[in-house]
Design a protein around this ligand. Structure first.
Ligand code: NAD
Length: 369
């Protein structure tokens, strides 16, 4: 079975789906790895490193299994032949067109976003690994834009109090943001509508902001707030936000537009020089003044909405992502290194967004060995 590692074509995408370190592990499972020339360039991984690890440089799009980072463009879907297995971020809830195109092209597609978030699949959880990178980078960005110190300083020239950092949404990205702010010496506070995360917030050394609004949905995710709840949340947050130097927002509800947590009024209430880093820009943003992908200044507050922070740290982001994909791929092949898709397995069935057999329980044998 051949596994192809293709070069990402989306603007700004520097990550690669498989790093040389993991080529050897997959070869040990009887797989042949073909890498498109330059696939690792954005992460400073030259073709030679892949060759040294036992991969060959060639037409990765013709492989039996193609590994990708970003969802394929229409042109890229056209390069996949019928029967190919594709694994990557496919945005199945928002990019319905892409999934339909893959289905029509006869591709069996596995979206990493759709891998069930159960204990057994934790090592495959690419949403988590990349969200951790985003949370970390978001706080570094906030620290850089803030015209004040993050840590407390006691110097001969005076004492500086620590910056107060508020993180809205304490999921994977939010918790990493809180932990990073703490490590940088700031005083972090976390907020979420899922009360069970209060303990996790405290465990990274942050304070918990209780606004008295809870919204627990299905599968451990938050549910969308009602109109009244949203208005009340915005009102209470506007009051709370005034005391913070930096606000990092990460609130998402799967498949929905991101909730507006920080209104223009709340921004106006922040201290001059404050910073908002909005990680929800791709889903519309958590701040009313956010311009996805841009950095704007309003009411003397800088509002940043970076769209692909993991791509700013391609080396480790690619390495973690490669581990996630390797774990998933190992679930899709048998001990001989042939494709064996067991759709009675909830991880396999859950992740498959195109080309799944209509009856469950079917085991599909390899297209090529
Ligand atoms: P996410 O990116 O979908 O959302 C980020 C956070 O925003 C969540 O914590 C959510 O509760 C919060 N949020 C949504 N609407 C909000 C609002 N109106 N106000 C404030 N906060 C709001 O979530 P995620 O970080 O990908 O994961 C969420 C949870 O999923 C995790 O914390 C965990 O419980 C669970 N999870 C489980 C596993 C596993 O078991 N394998 C792995 C990863 C995550």
């Amino acid at each position: 079975l051949t596994v192809g590692v293709v070069r990402e074509s989306r603007s700004g995408e520097t990550r690669v789906a498989l790093v040389p370190k993991l080529v050897e592990r997959l070869r040990g499972r009887g797989l042949r790895i073909v890498v498109e020339s330059g696939a690792g360039a954005g992460a400073r991984l030259a073709d030679e490193l892949y060759e040294q690890a036992g991969a060959s440089i060639g037409d990765a799009w013709a492989a039996d299994v193609v590994l990708k980072v970003a969802p394929p463009t229409a042109d890229e879907v056209g390069r996949l032949s019928r029967g190919t297995v594709l694994i990557g971020f496919l945005a199945p809830l928002s990019d319905v067109e892409c999934v339909r195109a893959l289905e029509e092209a006869g591709v069996t597609a596995f979206a990493v976003e759709s891998i069930p978030r159960i204990s057994r699949a934790q090592a495959m959880d690419a949403l988590s690994s990349q969200s951790s990178v985003s949370g970390y980078r978001a706080v570094l960005l906030a620290a850089q834009r803030l015209p004040r110190f993050f840590p407390m300083l006691t110097t001969a020239a005076g004492t500086v109090p620590p910056a107060k950092v508020l993180v809205l949404g304490a999921g994977v990205a939010g918790l990493q943001a809180l932990a990073t702010a703490k490590r940088l010496g700031a005083r972090p506070t976390g907020y979420d509508v899922r009360p069970e995360v209060a303990e996790q917030v405290r465990s990274v050394g942050a304070q918990w902001l209780d606004l008295g609004i809870e919204a627990v949905g299905e599968g451990g995710y938050a549910r969308e707030l009602t109109e009244e709840e949203r208005a009340e949340q915005q009102r209470r947050l506007s009051e709370a936000i005034t005391g913070f130097d930096a606000v990092v927002t990460t609130a998402l509800v799967p498949g929905r537009t991101a909730p507006t947590l920080v209104t223009a009024d709340a921004v106006r209430g922040m201290r001059p020089g404050g910073v908002v880093v909005d990680l929800a820009g791709e889903s519309g943003g958590n701040c009313e003044l956010t311009e996805p992908g841009a950095e704007v200044v309003a009411h003397d507050v800088t509002i940043c909405s970076p769209l692909n922070l993991p791509a700013e740290m391609p080396e480790h982001a690619s390495e973690l992502y490669s581990r996630n994909l390797t774990e998933l791929l190992e679930l899709l092949v048998d001990t001989e290194g042939a494709l064996a898709l067991d759709f009675s397995d909830e991880v396999v069935a859950g992740a498959c967004v195109a080309g799944a057999p209509s009856s469950t329980g079917e085991v599909t044998e390899a297209k090529g060995n």
